[in-house]
Ligand binder design. Structure first.
Ligand code: C5P
Length: 227
């Protein structure tokens, strides 16, 4: 069967990565979480004091971009690839509210995007990939054979994210999570470079009331029709 590129874009916490991971597994494709790459750069900026309080030093971060090496390594037990920064596993460390607060401002920096987009295009050059993010169908793989745009109401997304963070042991309020999700969406969809928009040829799926099984089944049917 022909291998294709599957681009899944959408707002924060639409459950893109959960279904994308399962889709990749079912098709025996590589799965790439590009949000983890922007989070890795943000984690690097925080660790290297390139962010003071609410201000980030974009020039200093741009100067240090060549010191950032992001890789993925498949974890057999978890069944997906975890993200590494300069050889260190940071999969858990990038999921904090602190990283979430700064990631969207960092993702507006064109030099950061250029570096990550180049790496993402290399990862998908042999196809057989499911990639999720905000600009995959519009910028990274404008020729992707299958493009999905996932949506869900802001409240549905905040509840999902809130439950996920609670399960991971984070102690925060629902309102903090809702505020983070809506702020990130606003920054992501209004930035100048590669704003989050639905590609003209993307298929929109509102998954507010859809189970994972139904979403996976729908995507598998769409993918099979393209191969
Ligand atoms: O997918 P996730 O919510 O982990 O992404 C974190 C942030 O990374 C997004 O809010 C967005 O600012 C940025 N991002 C992006 N382009 C992508 C993937 C993520 O700008 N392709």
């Amino acid at each position: 069967m022909n291998k294709i590129v599957i681009a899944i874009d959408g707002f924060s916490s639409t459950g893109k990565s959960t279904v994308a991971k399962q889709l990749a597994k079912a098709l025996n494709y590589i799965y790439v979480d590009t949000g983890a790459m922007y989070r890795a750069v943000t984690y690097f900026a925080l660790e290297n004091n390139l962010i003071d309080k609410d201000f980030f030093h974009s020039e200093k971060l741009i100067e240090r971009l060549s010191d950032i090496n992001i890789t993925f390594k498949f974890n057999e037990k978890l069944g997906f690839a975890e993200v590494y920064l300069n050889g260190k596993n940071i999969e858990k460390a990038i999921r904090t509210l602190e990283v979430s607060r700064f990631v969207s401002p960092i993702a507006t920096i064109s030099e950061v995007r250029q570096k990550l987009v180049e790496q993402q295009q290399l990862m998908g050059k042999d196809k057989g990939i499911v990639m999720d993010g905000r600009d995959i169908g519009t910028v990274v793989f404008p020729d992707a054979e299958l493009k999905i745009f996932m949506t869900a109401s802001a409240e549905t997304r905040a509840i999902r994210r809130y439950r996920e963070l609670l399960e991971r042991g984070h102690n925060l309020s629902y309102d903090e999570v809702l505020e983070n999700v809506t702020t990130r969406d606003r920054i992501d969809s209004t930035r100048e470079d590669s704003p989050l928009i639905k590609a003209k040829d993307a298929i929109e799926i509102d998954n507010s009331d859809l189970t994972i099984e139904v979403q996976l089944d729908t995507l598998l049917k769409l993918a099979k029709a393209m191969t």
